[in-house]
Write a protein that binds this ligand. Structure first.
Ligand code: GAL
Length: 697
């Protein structure tokens, strides 16, 4: 099992119990008159809130003019919170530069790819590479760190806010200069850059570093490797800002852990958090549910991936919503039970702190219709009652704090490089969506009741019997070797269309697709056959239950089986490729390598996965009658394991799994836990090593 907790978790105030989960919110007292602050603390205490993130957008209030500082109000809030037993995750307040700064230094404003200036008026209007911005930001960080170094409420530093949320891609001159420096570090010479970018194409050969630019608006499709490198660079530039603030904080307040809130959620793809995670003292994440048929699965997937980038150690849920947000076309409130279930799904996947955006719903500004812990209706409201209930539940779950995730038999490999490169323009199809494909596999695993860890590419695969690597487009020589070793060692690999096609420079592996994985899979593809919008192909074959007609969309491949040991598990039953292989599996000793050449969607993947998992000897750890209706996750430490059972449905579900009840209702003496609609139960077991035995049916 991994080490308990990150080496640097929150520095709780001295009198706090050691074993506790964090509970709280972003707290923006600067939006409220002083009279409200005391009431805030009263309500926070009543709700069980023990930590808040403070000062995230307070730059203009703390430093109203270049040489004027106003810490009085912040001192007062810090003291008030501390007196109320509430710890502070103090923001460095650098997320939104004040008007005096952007007026004096418009050269800090980001520039779009078309050359337009991103003006102030919202937030995060700063260039990650601006030396001027950096200077002012670090001055603020220093002032805050020096002022609060000894404040007893200070439990952690919250660098900026959601770095890259609005200023990820900046095409300014500052960005161009920093991009060149980054490229020099990566390639060393212009020759190497020209080779990596394939500049023999379209007369793009660079003769001097000064000629190299970010991929600004061009006449046609910009160089794909230039685009990919710019994505890498942009992620690194934000990380560089994080490191600059972090290093200064560590110098002045070495005892206080530093974090920043990631956005592992939905289609937020620009920040390679796997590469950032090692730079913070603990991983923190924000997550917002986007409604849709896979909304709940997506929440679980994101929480799971957050755990993956945190190395299985506990992490901090910095923001989610008590109910509706304000930034979707239609903003739906949460249904009864969802607030609790959403929060506890994060805990099930390793969150040791559960926080919301925000404490008190704003009366003005762009987010006044965003839900909060204290809504416009006030404390006499269903939302606030659910908030208080969650506080009680988290107190009961204190024994879970510090427990790590127990590795699952299946891993879903998540690769930012493949996400970025796989969705570039000028491809056989512009319709492929990396995260959607990965989520479909995860949904199918949930439907089968099989536990899976979502892990960033590069995580050691040993211990996972089955590795699912959807749309693994970028496969370097090393990655190919790693996957081959996994299979040779008796592991199973499942991959899909558009995998193994290019190397880390986005250069195609020659000799037939799927390039770097061709030999491992024992197949060869000469030409892609993507499907036009709306076109559907039928599949039939072994893994499909009788009477089930699976269908594929988006993509097909004209597969030639080149290794005689390959089994064809399903064939196309319609379309241009009718009769040809659609799903293949190459047995390799005790292991195997499977290729799925079309998008089957979550329902279509269930029978395929079920067959593949059975062949790999992986079965659900849940009793058969609840599989698909209940999500199981395990957190553990030496000698004890916590089973989280999350009801995925709006009906009650009875789960016959024994264990000491930490949370939930046991409805019979022989240990049947009844989950309320959308309910969550937590059981403690001391007799498990690694996996739990299948429950009684
Ligand atoms: C986050 C952000 C918060 C708030 C929230 C609203 O992206 O960090 O400050 O804007 O979204 O959902």
């Amino acid at each position: 099992m991994p080490q308990p907790r990150s080496p640097r978790w929150l520095r709780w105030p001295a009198a706090s119990p050691e074993q506790r989960l964090g509970y709280g919110a972003d707290y923006n007292p600067e939006q409220w008159p002083r009279e409200v602050w005391a009431d805030d603390v009263r309500l926070m205490r009543a709700a069980g809130v023990n930590i808040v993130s403070l000062g995230i957008f307070s730059w203009a209030r703390i430093q109203p003019r270049p040489d004027a500082w106003d810490f009085g109000w912040l001192d007062e809030v810090m003291d008030l919170l501390h007196a109320g037993g509430i710890a502070v995750d103090l923001a460095t307040a650098t997320a939104s530069p004040p008007p005096w700064l952007t007026t004096a230094h418009p050269e800090i404003l980001p520039v779009t790819r078309t050359g337009a200036t991103v003006w102030p008026g919202a937030r995060q209007h700063w260039r990650p590479t601006s030396p001027v911005f950096r200077r002012y930001a670090l001055r603020l960080v220093r002032a805050l760190a020096e002022r609060y170094v000894d404040h007893p409420a200070l439990a952690a530093w919250h660098v900026s806010n959601e770095l890259g949320c609005h200023n990820l891609y900046d095409y300014s001159e500052d960005a161009a200069a920093a991009f060149r420096t980054w490229l020099r570090d990566r390639y060393g010479t212009l020759d190497a850059l020209n080779a990596a970018w394939g500049t023999a194409f379209w007369s793009q050969l660079y003769g001097a570093w000064a000629q190299v630019l970010p991929p600004r608006l061009a006449a046609s499709h910009p160089n794909p490797t230039q685009q990919l490198d710019f994505m890498r660079f942009s992620s690194d530039a934000l990380k560089d800002h994080l490191l600059a603030e972090r290093d200064l904080l560590r110098k002045i307040t070495p005892d206080v852990p530093v974090t920043t809130n990631f956005m592992v959620m939905g289609e937020v793809k620009g920040m390679d958090y796997a590469a950032w995670a090692g730079e913070v003292d603990f991983v923190a994440n924000d997550h917002y549910v986007v409604p849709g048929p896979q909304a709940r699965d997506e929440l679980s997937f994101s929480a799971n991936l957050t755990s993956g980038i945190a190395g299985g150690r506990p992490w901090f849920l910095m923001e989610h919503a008590t109910s509706a947000v304000n930034w979707q076309p239609v903003n739906l409130p949460k249904l009864r039970g969802e607030l609790l279930r959403d929060a506890l799904t994060h805990v099930a996947h390793g969150a040791d702190a559960v926080c919301f955006f925000q404490w008190r719903q704003s009366v003005a500004g762009a987010e006044k219709y965003h839900s909060a812990m204290v809504p416009h209706a006030g404390e006499d409201s269903d939302v606030h009652r659910a908030v208080v209930e969650l506080g009680r539940v988290l107190e009961r779950l204190a024994p879970v704090a510090g427990a790590c995730r127990v590795p699952a038999p299946v891993a879903v490999l998540f690769d930012w490089q493949s996400w970025w490169a796989g969705e570039l323009d000028s491809h056989p199809s512009s319709r492929l969506r990396y995260r959607a494909e990965a989520l479909d596999w995860y949904s199918a695993l949930l439907a089968l009741g099989v536990r899976a860890d979502v892990v960033p590419a590069g995580t050691p695969l040993a211990g996972h019997r089955v590795v699912v690597a959807p749309m693994l487009h970028v496969v370097s020589r090393d990655r190919a070797e790693e996957l081959r070793r996994h299979v040779d060692g008796g592991g199973h690999l499942v991959t899909t269309y558009f995998s193994g096609i290019v190397d880390e420079n986005d250069h195609v592996w020659l000799g037939g697709y799927p390039g770097a994985l061709r030999e491992l899979l024992g197949i060869r593809i000469e030409e892609f056959h993507p499907l036009p919008d709306g076109e559907v192909v039928a599949l039939d074959g072994d893994p499909l239950a009788p009477g089930v007609v699976a269908t594929g969309t988006l993509w097909t491949d004209r597969i030639d089986v080149v290794d005689p040991s390959v089994d064809v598990l399903a064939r196309y039953a319609s379309g241009d490729l009718a009769g040809r292989p659609a799903i293949t599996r190459r047995p390799v000793g005790d292991g195997s390598a499977t290729y799925v050449s079309t998008r089957l969607g979550p329902d279509g993947l269930v029978p395929v996965l079920s067959r593949l998992l059975a062949a790999a000897g992986v079965t659900s750890e849940l009793p058969p009658q609840v599989r698909g209706r209940v999500e199981l996750t395990l957190r553990g430490r030496e000698g004890e394991t916590f089973l989280f059972l999350v009801n995925r449905t709006a009906e009650p579900v009875a789960v016959p799994v024994p264990g000491e009840v930490v949370l939930g209702h046991v409805s019979s003496p022989d240990g049947v836990v009844t989950l309320q609609p959308r309910g969550v139960a937590v059981l403690r077991r001391t007799d498990l090593r690694g996996r739990i035995p299948a429950g009684r049916s």
